[in-house]
Design a protein around this ligand. Structure first.
Ligand code: URC
Length: 296
């Protein structure tokens, strides 16, 4: 029996970077959370403590800031620039994964117009990307997280399996609420990433709203199907959608009825509904999903 080193990677996690585009008096800000990780031959560092192959996590962080001096652009393009730089720097760095979350900022409205240089944070939603460079190949998984949605009717849940522990009442009218995390894997790396993001986000929202839901699973599948139908560049989409339960409050002790009006919004536990929707001829994912947590 021998003990050997298995898969490993190392990098700087959650580098917070804000870029201000001052090229016109109407400033634009790009607010990012960047994590990089390198893959390759780092056996010596693990086995003997010889760090000759280590491109420090500190240098990885510095590279992100230095590259931002030239501008950031779409997060996918910035991640590709970083990943290709790392893998091009040393023979023994054969792969890199760069994950970026982008926080949205809205212009503050003053007298009905967006202010030039004052902003308010756009809620909890983030645009995301994970770029994996593997030798000469690159894989892009774009996405969003923290998109909280609710519909106050148009959702039923009944006909489920029964066992001795099943107590849930069937319903033909419930609140359906979730916080969408979606990641879509793209074919190739040359895309209009900003436009694609806007289109996919719109489809996810419109389908959530318009599907008469018999289960969150059904809504999830239809959201994915509509994205794949509209966007040929998307090979697959994975979604994680917690079922944020809203329980009808019993107002009878106070002598009141409750015709689907007053709810208790539970924050836990929550149902955890996850799924992948893909083309049956989707190109192989390679390492595109490697180490991305939270998806089945
Ligand atoms: O849409 C739903 N899917 C489930 O799997 C489930 N399970 C549950 O208790 N409520 C719901 N709702």
């Amino acid at each position: 029996m021998a003990i050997v080193l298995g898969p490993n990677q190392f990098g700087k996690a959650e580098v917070r970077l804000v870029h201000v585009d001052r090229s016109t008096p109407v400033h634009r800000i790009t607010d990012l959370n960047i994590s990089s990780a390198l893959r390759g031959d780092f056996a010596d560092a693990h086995l003997t403590g010889d760090n000759a192959h280590i491109l420090t996590t500190d240098a990885q962080k510095n590279t992100a800031y230095a590259f931002a001096r030239e501008g950031v652009g779409e997060i996918e393009e910035f991640a590709l620039r970083l990943g290709r730089h790392f893998t091009g720097s040393f023979d023994w760095v054969t792969g890199a994964q760069v994950e970026i979350e982008q926080y949205g900022w809205d212009r503050i409205q003053v007298d009905g117009a967006g202010h030039d240089h004052a902003f308010s944070r756009a809620g909890s939603e983030r645009r995301t990307t994970v770029v994996t460079v593997d030798g000469d190949d690159a894989h892009v998984v774009s996405g969003l997280a923290g998109l909280v949605v609710l519909k106050s009717t148009g959702s039923e849940f009944w006909g489920f399996a029964q066992d001795r522990y099943t107590t849930l009442a069937e319903t033909d009218d419930r609140i359906l609420a979730t916080e969408v995390t979606a990641r879509w894997r793209l074919v190739g790396v040359e895309h209009d990433y900003g436009k694609l993001f806007t289109s996919i986000r719109t489809i996810l929202l419109e389908t959530f709203a318009s599907v008469h839901s018999l289960a969150l699973q059904q809504t999830l599948y239809k959201m994915g199907e509509d994205v794949l139908t509209a966007c040929p560049e998307v090979a697959e989409i994975r979604m994680s959608m917690p079922n944020k339960h809203h329980f009808l409050v019993d107002l009878a002790p106070y002598g009141l009825d409750n015709p689907n009006m007053v709810f208790y919004a539970a924050d836990r536990p929550y149902g955890k509904i996850e799924g992948t929707v893909l083309r049956d001829d989707a190109p192989d994912a390679g390492p595109a999903w490697q180490t991305i947590p939270g998806f089945c």
